[in-house]
Design a binder for this molecule. Sequence first.
Ligand code: XMP
Length: 516
Amino acid sequence: TVLVVDFGAQYAQLIARRVREARVYSEIVPHTMPVADMLAKQPKAIILSGGPSSVYAEGAPAVDPALFQAGVPAFGICYGFQAMARALGGTVAHTGKSEFGRTDLAVAQTGTLLQGVDTGTKVWMSHGDSVTEAPAGFQVLAGTPDTPVAAFEDTARGLAGVQWHPEVLHSEHGQAVLQHFLYDIAGAAPTWTMANIVDETVTAVREKVGTKRVICGLSGGVDSAVAAALVQRAVGDQLTCVYVDHGLMREGESEQVERDYVAATGVDLHVVEAADRFLTQLKGVEDPEEKRKIIGREFIRVFEQAARDIVAQAGEEGTEVEFLVQGTLYPDVVESGGGEGTANIKSHHNVGGLPDDLQFSLIEPLRTLFKDEVRAVGEQLGLPAEIVWRQPFPGPGLGIRIVGAVDAERLAILRKADAIARAELTAAGLDRDVWQFPVVLLANVRSVGVQGDGRTYGHPIVLRPVSSEDAMTADWSRLPYDVVERISTRITNEVREVNRVVLDVTSKPPGTIEWE
Ligand code: XMP
């Protein structure tokens, strides 16, 4: 393990990902963790991340010099570089010269860290203070016009640091510098491969579950699909997956789960056909929050009943399903303060918001992984590409993509329009350029059109393609006009009830990604 000590900047997760891209396992720990606890994790190396702009700022976190006496290799980045310099007796000064953005590097000697890095390399800076004197024993490798000491190393002690941010893509050779530290200075080996992740997770799940029974809600989304496939590999038919078909899925999605996913994994699937039940409850309901509440509530009831049915079918009445699989990812774990085995189930999840009082122990096979690693594991497990590369889709499904009340007829209209939009996006090779592509039916809006010689009075369809990194903010995708045109022409020709297609050009904020 390589520990990334988080000094409160937004870069710690990025650093952890870059370390893993170098095939070395990394974990993020808060800077408040005592050095003894860090060392107890037996790290192969420790990376100190960026942080607040000045080591002299009030409340700025210091680094316990004991960290550097333990013989564990350490790499300081930006603030971590300054904190390291200061802890070891170097000088950090407020020079009055801040650097933000791209800067040219002047390389004095490459040493081990900067092999292959030339003078003139563009690196990305973000700092106010500067290291003006390296601690004793360190070699200064590079500087910039405003920073006399921008990189140093003491390979005998396994210590090194850089003032810039090698983890951001704007820094040239950033990944190479990080890898020189990891491989050449810290002696880490690139063993964190997808095959190893699968093996380790499978072993851990097997130990935890023993001979007990496990269930998993499948939504058709990537996370639950990969989590279930991992657990299935570990405990085979002790796992039953529950797929609740609430009738609000898009065209072909139920088949993807019921046929393709089962074919790829051989998982024991318990399908609950609940479309009638959901549509009955949703009848005449127009308020978006009300729709969400109804869908969430019905989902829980169906799921609980399924758990009882599974036990009964196995002839184990009176016993309970012990474990529930959750597709929690590493960013959720970091953002909720880390920690092992949280017992409660988060409401906003791809199982559709199961309540806190469900009496299951959790199995979270993805809790050490980033999203891109989840997809890689999915590929490693042989899951279909349509599932592994699926764009996010909300738990309430098409129920919140019909503005107005939901009924079977409107769902059929939206499903047709949505299928056309998705097919054209795929045909244009743009699936991975677009984060998500909601298609929305404005069921309570009508507009006048003309088709053939006749007047029509139909419904508009909204196209809402967006680009995003985490769905917190988003921008509208600049789809090529010829793709938009094909989608528009096909929808108005092939979906009789629709006589108008509009493109949503709103970013988030102010608009959310979904319309409801
Ligand atoms: P908004 O519309 O809030 O959506 O910009 C942000 C992201 O969350 C998804 N979303 C949901 N996902 N259950 C989910 O599992 C929900 O109730 C839900 N509502 C929105 C949305 O599709 C987008 O990716």
